[in-house]
Design a protein around this ligand. Structure first.
Ligand code: SAM
Length: 430
């Protein structure tokens, strides 16, 4: 196998221009060199298998209009920036081009020994596990960008944002939503302390995506969003820091297999800050998640809102872990910054006009209202998201046995009776 090592320049970062001069003419088939512009004629394409990209690239190499000499860049180079970004390649670092067949080339990051640098694609091998549900058949360790489809499989018109008929759309226009639990929902806090009903992500998935499109839940917990995606024939990926929850997602997906759809649902054990390494840009149609609520649950439960306080949750800490990367261990300030950083890294993955819906309540702390929803709106606006709607999730139909609170001196609305669904989108390109 013939190989060439080339240096990444700032022109590669800015314009996708990989400087192929050092490869030499003999490294490429003579007919792979085309005219200066597509209208004047392209060369016979060569195939590039680019590490980390799902699809192969077909391209030729243009020549100069006047001199007829090669311009030493690939004509199709829109993928280069993505490749550089996925593998975090700085200007001055090198990449390897291997000629694996007569017209096929492999492009990989170079670590000095001619080997792939595995750090680039597997940030923490000990922690990272992937459970793939392809009709719940396989389990595998992820090594690169996830193999998952993200294009529509329905026949809807291009300008429609979902597959819903007008009647269903009408129902969604109400600003207050209610949901019921069903038998598949997890309500045992020992299994997961903070789940929502499957019907909640289902409504959002049906409202903001088409069949076959890709749904992302960066804090997937027990995988409720993935189950709803499975029901609706959507591809979906859920990430969680804790492997026990990723295993739980794998089990739930397997039990819920949808035999009528080819869509895939994948659960990955990973810190949400690394998600951008797993998915191509502009592949996600909807992000929906219920993140941790800073460290506000990282304390013993007093059950103040319950009529019967003395239940088995009394004195328990409803916290996922004490891992410092767990957003549930952070002060509100650090949490807000961490959420901003994570959501900023996810924005390029969203399709323009793709929605990002975040489910949060506000909380009370030492008789002060902690307005998590305000902090998140401000933070996400800073990072390029545009707020579209605030929907109230009315939970009065699913909470029971509320105790009297604050009477007769201190009026407080009960946090358990409603939560916010903050609906942002990635603004359309101007
Ligand atoms: C509110 S729960 C999500 C519950 C989910 N909606 C369900 O129905 O099961 C938040 C999840 O975020 C996870 N988490 C916390 N910090 C994280 C991080 N940095 N990266 C990924 N997941 C994280 C926790 O382990 C927890 O399972």
């Amino acid at each position: 196998m013939e190989s060439r090592i080339i240096e990444i320049t700032s022109a590669a970062h800015k314009y996708g221009n990989l400087n192929l001069r050092s490869c030499g003419k003999g490294f490429f088939p003579a007919d792979a060199f085309g005219a200066s512009s597509v209208t004047k004629g392209t060369g016979k394409p060569i195939t590039l298998q680019v590490e980390g990209l799902k699809d192969v690239i077909k391209t030729d190499i243009p020549t100069d209009n006047k001199t007829n000499k090669p311009r030493w860049i690939f004509r199709n180079r829109s993928w280069v920036k993505q490749f550089i970004e996925i593998h975090e390649i700085a200007p001055g670092q090198k990449i390897t081009i291997n000629r694996v067949q007569k017209r096929t080339y492999e492009i990989i990051p170079h670590n000095g020994n001619g080997e792939i640098n595995p750090k680039q694609i597997e940030p923490d091998k000990t922690k990272q596990k992937t459970y793939v549900n392809e009709s719940a058949k396989s389990q595998k360790i992820s090594t690169k960008i996830l193999d998952i489809n993200y294009e529509r499989t329905c026949g809807c018109k291009p300008n429609h944002i979902n597959c819903l008929p007008a009647k269903e759309w009408l129902k969604c226009q109400l600003g207050v939503w209610q949901f019921n639990y069903e038998s598949r929902d997890i309500r045992d806090k020992n299994i997961h302390p903070a789940t929502f009903p499957i019907s909640l992500p289902r409504k959002l998935i049906e409202l903001f995506s088409h069949q076959g499109e890709l749904i992302l839940d960066p804090f997937a917990g027990s995988g409720t969003t993935l189950i709803a995606a499975q029901d609706c024939g959507r591809n979906a990926v859920g990430f969680d820091l804790l492997s026990k929850y990723v295993k739980l997602m794998g089990r739930r997906l397997k039990d819920n297999a949808n035999l009528f759809s080819d869509a895939k649902q994948i659960a990955v054990c990973e810190d949400a800050i690394n998600i951008h390494k797993y998915l191509p840009q502009e592949s996600v149609k909807l992000i929906f998640t219920s993140p941790p609520y800073a460290n506000l649950l990282n304390r013993k439960r007093k059950n103040k809102s319950r009529r019967n306080r003395n239940n088995e949750q009394l004195g328990k800490i409803e916290q996922y872990s004490q891992d410092p990367r767990d957003l549930g261990t952070m002060s509100l300030e650090n949490y807000t910054t961490a959420m901003g950083d994570i959501l900023e890294s996810l924005l390029p993955l969203l399709k323009p006009k793709g929605h990002c819906v975040i489910n949060v309540p506000d909380m009370w702390w030492e008789n002060k209202r902690i307005t998590i929803h305000v902090s998140l709106i401000q933070e996400l606006r800073k990072h390029g998201y545009e707020l579209r709607n605030i929907i109230i999730w009315d939970r009065t139909n699913i909470v029971n046995q509320i105790g009297i609170f604050g009477w007769p001196s201190n009026y407080i609305t009960m946090g358990v009776t409603f939560e916010y669904l903050l609906d942002f989108w990635r603004p359309p390109e101007q």
